[in-house]
Write a protein that binds this ligand. Structure first.
Ligand code: PLP
Length: 442
């Protein structure tokens, strides 16, 4: 089912066309726990392998439960196709390996999740892919770093810890001039931002966070916007324009639109080469858990964002706090970007700097009663963490500062509990962080 209005509340339940299971009429999506699929005969088997017809072969590369999830996410995002994978990290990794090989480079925003920084700076470097970093405060910084080997731009919509909204359309427009696709990690902004509508070619998610929403699984996906011409400049995108001898000499940019009748080139190549060869597939059990979570993602995001606004107001007036970091609290330029790209809320991650620094930060975390102290965001529950000693601890102090993590920084992921309970817990922990001497001003 598609809706005229693309309302995320409706698409989250009905998007992608699934009404009931074709074999059983089950309304809930069955978990297809199977490794393989019986071929009708040898001719059909040969056709499936030769891509002359599409159908299930082996669960590492496709599964009917995952298929429902993939179509639902593609519809929520306004994309044409989606590939689910085992984690958000796999999604980011495959999104780059699908466009770049040894000797190539990509240009990434400096504002990134710590795990992505280490992927880009260390693991991709080891396989010969260079990542060049551009400060997103001026979109032109991306253009300055382009050379003949640049294959993609990469950024996050709401990058933590700075939470400065990325100029999606401005950078996508630069990319279009050079046939360079923009890949956006939209993990922190499902339903409140649709990057493909702003010109992103590919969207990746850690489905582990808001999308599944309950802190029960690890999963990721890559959404193909279907809006990028992979053949416009064959020299710019060799992986889509040169024969792939691992797949009978297929030229993906030409073959996929002919075979499928749609520009789902990026998703098909990722599935049939990267997922086939590297195998980080999402299990159908976890696909089912994500489907359940997504049913309420729009509803949850509204509540997360509403609660976060109230927490920002409370924290901004608290005498223990030196600084509150939130997308709308920056200068006019950045606040305008939040208005342009985020609809229905400004996200639910908040950064705080405590006046009394590191020790106060530790006291604060240890005094929380309802908030969980965990390395996660986007759970229905409220969460808190001290990144310098945890999520960002594998970065050098310089890298930490570059990505916005100071020693006293605390990251809050605001949940969907009653706002009064959230504020009460924060208030008592803030007061204890300073040995009970400080009180909220308002
Ligand atoms: N992208 C962002 C923005 C994240 O916050 C995370 C994890 O925290 C990831 C990607 C990686 O996702 P996963 O933990 O599912 O591998």
């Amino acid at each position: 089912m598609s809706t005229k209005r693309n309302n995320p509340e409706t698409l989250a339940l009905h998007g992608g066309g699934y009404r009931s299971d074709p074999a059983t009429n089950s309304v809930a999506v069955p978990i297809y726990r199977t490794t393989a699929y019986q071929f009708k005969n040898t001719e059909q088997a040969a056709n499936l392998f030769a891509l002359k017809e599409f159908g299930n072969i082996y669960t590492r590369i496709m599964n009917p439960t995952n298929d429902v999830l993939e179509k639902r996410i593609a519809s929520l995002e306004g994309g044409l196709a989606c590939l689910t994978v085992s984690s958000g990290q796999t999604a980011s990794t495959y999104s780059i390996l699908n466009v770049a090989q040894a000797g190539d480079n990509i240009i990434s925003s400096t504002d990134l999740y710590g795990g992505t920084v280490s992927l880009f700076t260390h693991s991709l470097k080891k396989v010969g892919i260079e990542v060049r970093y551009a400060d997103p405060s001026d979109p032109k910084n991306f253009e300055k770093l382009i050379d003949s080997k640049t294959r993609a731009f990469y950024a996050e919509t709401i990058p933590n810890p700075y939470l400065r909204i990325f100029p999606i359309q401005e950078v996508a427009d630069i990319g279009k001039k050079y046939s360079i696709p923009l890949i956006i990690d939209n993990t922190l902004a499902p339903t409140i931002c649709r990057p493909i509508e702003h010109g992103a070619a590919v969207v990746v998610y850690s489905l582990t966070k808001y999308m599944s929403g309950h802190g029960t699984i690890v999963a990721g996906c890559i959404v193909d916007g279907g809006n990028f011409d992979w053949t416009a400049d064959p020299k710019r995108q060799p992986l889509f324009n040169e024969p792939d001898y691992s797949y009978g000499g297929a030229i993906w940019g030409q073959a996929v639109p002919v075979l499928t009748g749609a520009n789902v080139t990026f998703a098909v190549r990722a599935r049939l080469t990267l997922l086939r060869d590297m195998g980080a597939a999402l299990s159908p059990d976890n696909a089912f858990a994500v489907i359940q979570g997504i049913e309420t993602v729009a509803l949850r995001m509204k509540q997360h964002c509403q609660n976060a606004e109230k927490v920002v107001e409370f924290l901004s007036n608290h005498s223990a706090i030196a600084k509150v970091i939130y997308p709308t609290l920056y200068d006019k330029n950045l606040a305008d970007r939040a208005k342009k790209y985020l609809k229905g809320g400004n996200g639910a991650c908040i950064g705080i700097e405590l006046k009394k620094g590191l020790e106060a930060g530790k006291n604060f975390i240890d005094s929380l009663k309802m908030f969980y102290h965990v390395a996660n965001i986007g759970d229905a529950r409220s969460l808190a963490i001290h990144p310098a000693t945890t999520t960002h601890s594998q970065l050098t102090p310089e890298e930490q500062l570059k990505s916005g993590v100071t020693p006293g920084y605390i990251r809050l992921s605001i949940g969907i509990e009653h706002i009064d309970d959230i504020i009460e817990d924060l208030d008592q922990a803030l007061n204890k962080s300073n040995k009970g001497n400080l009180k909220a001003v308002s």
